[in-house]
Design a protein around this ligand. Structure first.
Ligand SMILES: Nc1ncnc2c1ncn2[C@@H]1O[C@H](COP(=O)(O)OP(=O)(O)OP(=O)(O)O)[C@@H](O)[C@H]1O
Length: 249
């Protein structure tokens, strides 16, 4: 079953075409990497999927429902969660409060539930479970803004998990990280997305080839190639146009 289907997707800003007719499908449980040169349109593509931009043409289907043009919060409630390229945590809140803000907003419609002691305990248990998953349980009471960069990025992934998405979009989760931080981030992404549907934008080819089942290469707003890591590694146009003619990982 396809979790996500994109058909003839286009986005222009004024006269400038940024996304030019992208067709793509992501199967349930697939880990799909989007790669491409700077300015190729990868983040714009994510902004279209998450509802932050409206398409100029084309359609997006999530679990068979047309989501193109819906508001971001509605797309998120349908089960499509995303992280951003720039850290997006609330710096003045603690780690626990950050996660709790998302969990509470998810339960928000059931005010009577979480306003009881039992309800609050359940919320806190759920938050601590997320913090365990992202390796920050011991940092629950620390201010998010005072944590190391790698930890803040891990927290951001925790915020995505807190909305209990069926499909996760991660925009360059290792951007700006040291080699050690990147290694930890890859382990984290691998752990928390096992068995889930993932689409990840990533520049680090080691990360891409270690995580992805399918890789799509975007260049000038078009799909240049899409296939297994092996197919992409050996694709002549990919080697030539994006990765250079040298070895691809
Ligand atoms: N709101 C906007 N208005 C005008 N142009 C935009 C807007 N958003 C993105 N663009 C342009 O679209 C092009 C693609 O940008 P985008 O950020 O999607 O590329 P990218 O592939 O994610 O690049 P990178 O790998 O550097 O993050 C860029 O030329 C950018 O300036």
């Amino acid at each position: 079953m396809n979790m996500l289907e994109v058909k003839g997707l286009c986005k222009s800003f004024g006269d400038i075409k940024i996304i030019c007719g992208i067709d793509l499908a992501v199967e349930k449980g697939q880990r799909h990497a989007i790669i491409g040169p700077n300015g190729a349109g990868k983040t714009t593509f994510f902004n279209l999927l998450s509802g932050h931009y409206k398409p100029t043409a084309g359609d997006i289907y999530f679990k068979g429902h047309k989501i193109s043009g819906l508001q971001p919060y509605r797309i998120n409630r349908l089960g499509l969660g995303r992280s951003f390229q720039i850290t997006n945590v609330f710096p003045g809140l603690t780690v626990l409060e950050n996660v709790r803000s998302v969990v509470l907003s998810r339960h928000g419609v059931r005010f009577n539930f979480w306003s009881t002691v039992a309800g609050m305990e359940e919320i806190n248990r759920e938050c601590m479970d997320i913090l365990e998953q992202i390796g920050l349980a011991g940092r629950a009471d620390h201010l998010a803004g005072e944590m190391a960069y790698g930890e803040q990025r891990a927290l951001e992934i925790g915020l995505v998990l807190a909305s209990q998405p069926e499909m996760i979009l991660l925009d360059e989760p290792t951007a700006g990280m040291s080699i050690d931080e990147t290694r930890e981030a890859v382990k984290l992404v691998d752990r928390v997305t096992k068995g889930k549907t993932l689409m990840i934008i990533e520049h680090d080819m080691e990360v891409v080839f270690s995580l992805a089942d399918v890789i799509t290469v975007i260049s000038y707003g078009e799909v240049l190639a899409s296939g297994t890591p092996e197919e992409i590694r050996n694709h002549p146009r990919v080697r030539e146009a994006y990765l250079g003619t040298g070895t691809v990982c």
